[in-house]
Ligand binder design. Structure first.
Ligand code: ADP
Ligand code: MG
Ligand code: ZN
Length: 486
């Protein structure tokens, strides 16, 4: 009998993760003035006295931004506040000319909601700060490296989404953020581009003894700007906290910067650490009280959302949950899939087979590219899949056809014809199989002795001879028939 002893240092810990997401809305104009939104335009070409914080100017809320924020709250099944309040969040920083950011504080537009397995704590509207550009050595002032400010971004409408601490692993956090991004992207309210910063994510991380109901002290990782960095950064922070706790220490509540290239986590000194923002209600704005008409207009604008789409793919088309999510959470893949089903040879393409060709064969050939930008037409892939099912082309030859389609487009039937990739005709195949049996006496003996693995040698030989224009299963059947093995 063995006894298992557990010392306190071997105790299991479980991570607790909550996310704060900032989303730049894709409205025509800024949150409180008429300046156009821009990304990558000449610096300081989209400014006015309001977004430059000149004294005596008045903010005017952007109706389109409110409409977008209403759509987001509805999509996340949140509770609407009848009257939400804009506050001034006061702090000094060169990217904030007014000396305060207008944001919602104690009464956000939306309260409690949910997306998938994660509860949403709140959703509120605010404005983005301007952008500091570090000019480096080219911008030296009195020998010091200088920074310059581009006010184009200042005043861009932002929606902040705060989750409850319901996530329990880095992978789950990444997967959930993918679902959120797909959902927001589907709404069409934002570019949801993490590289360009239109979707930004801070991760709050703590650990606790497995099974405990209490929350541990959390740290906050700022600006995880890709799914990969989010997952790696959170994993690194969990490991760091475990090491501290196992060493008998205590986690300190702080804000950290994760460097994806070195993996280092370093404390961040920033404006976010100011403890007192002296929030007070913005005196120049009335409470935001959406009318029923505004809410129903937002509801009418909701498209089918990724979670519902995944369920439909599973229920109506028989996809596995994993494949359904993969296609639905990457909307562009879902769109490609559905376009393929609609444009393939009417009803002859099996959805499950098409889905598997997209996820297994097409996605790796695309890399990070949008399938809509690839040379492969959805209908052409559906056609290829149908040809494989109808045994007009072998699976391995079809991969070569797909390579050609990815490189230069075109229809599979013409590529198959041009390159002579169609399945070998019955008489040709028959001859090749006979020869393979003759030339592989060893393998034949083993097959007769019941060693089915030896079939591989014969099938391989036929494949080489026909350059992949044969169906492995069919070759196997022919060999058995010739050897009188039923
Ligand atoms: P703060 O007041 O520091 O901003 P909040 O309570 O507003 O903290 O929570 C901010 C985010 O941190 C939310 O996403 C929340 O889910 C998450 N969070 C709060 N406590 C913890 C914890 N102990 N561990 C992990 N995440 C947490
Ligand atoms: Mg907070
Ligand atoms: Zn402006």
């Amino acid at each position: 009998m063995t006894t298992v002893t557990t010392t306190p240092t071997e105790r299991a810990y479980e991570p607790v993760i909550g996310l704060e997401i900032h989303l730049q809305l894709k409205t025509r104009t800024k949150m409180f003035c008429g300046c156009a939104l821009s990304f990558g335009d000449e610096p300081n070409t989209h400014t006015c006295p309001v977004c430059l914080g000149h004294p005596g100017t008045l903010p005017v809320p952007n109706a389109e931004a409110i409409h977008h924020a209403l759509m987001i709250g509805l999509a996340l099944e949140c509770e609407l506040a009848p009257r939400s309040i804009f506050h001034r969040k006061n702090y000094f920083y060169p990217d904030l000319p007014k000396g305060y950011q207008i944001s919602q504080f104690d009464i956000p537009l939306w309260g409690r909601g949910r997306l998938g397995e994660v509860r949403v704590h709140r959703v509120h509207l605010e404005e983005d700060a301007a952008k500091l550009v570090h000019a480096g050595s080219s911008g030296r002032i009195h020998g010091a490296e200088a920074s310059v400010v581009d006010f184009n971004r200042g005043g861009t409408p932002l929606v902040e989404i705060v989750t409850e601490p319901d996530l329990t692993s880095p992978a789950q956090a990444g997967e959930w953020l993918r679902l959120l991004r797909a959902t927001l992207g589907r709404l069409g309210v934002s570019d949801v581009n993490m590289d360009e910063g239109s979707l930004r994510c801070d991760a709050n991380v703590s650990i606790r003894p497995a099974g405990s109901a209490d929350l541990g002290t959390k740290t906050e990782l700022k600006n995880m700007n890709s799914f990969r960095f989010l997952e790696r950064g959170v994993a690194a922070e969990i490991a760091r906290q475990e090491e501290i706790v196992r060493g008998g220490g205590q986690v300190v509540q702080e804000t950290l910067h994760y460097d994806p290239t070195t993996g280092a986590l370093t404390p961040l000194r920033s404006k976010e650490e100011a403890h007192d923002y002296r929030y007070f209600p913005e005196p120049d704005l009335v409470p935001l009280a959406p009318t029923e008409e505004m809410v129903s207009r937002a509801r009418d604008a909701l498209p089918e959302l990724p979670a519902a789409r995944a369920e439909r793919f599973e229920r109506d088309l028989g996809l596995t949950p994993e494949t359904a999510r993969l296609l639905a959470f990457r909307s562009e893949l879902g769109d490609f899939f559905e376009a393929g089903l609609a444009n393939g040879s009417a009803g002859a393409t099996d959805p499950r087979t098409l889905a598997s060709w997209i996820t297994v064969e097409l996605v790796p050939r695309l890399g990070d590219a949008d399938p809509a930008d690839s040379a492969v037409e959805p209908g052409a892939l559906a056609e290829l899949v149908r040809m494989v099912s109808a045994r007009e082309v072998s699976g391995s030859a079809a991969k070569e056809v797909l390579d050609a389609m990815a490189a230069e487009g075109g229809r599979p039937s013409s590529i198959v014809a041009e390159r002579g990739l169609g399945l070998a005709a019955a008489d040709e195949l028959s001859r090749v199989v006979d020869r393979a049996i003759e030339e592989n006496a060893d393998a034949v003996e083993k097959i007769r002795a019941g060693k089915d693995k030896a079939m591989g040698a014969i099938v391989g030989s036929v494949m080489r001879e026909t350059k992949g224009r044969a169906d492995g299963g069919e070759v196997g059947r022919m060999v058995r028939e010739r050897l009188g093995l039923g």
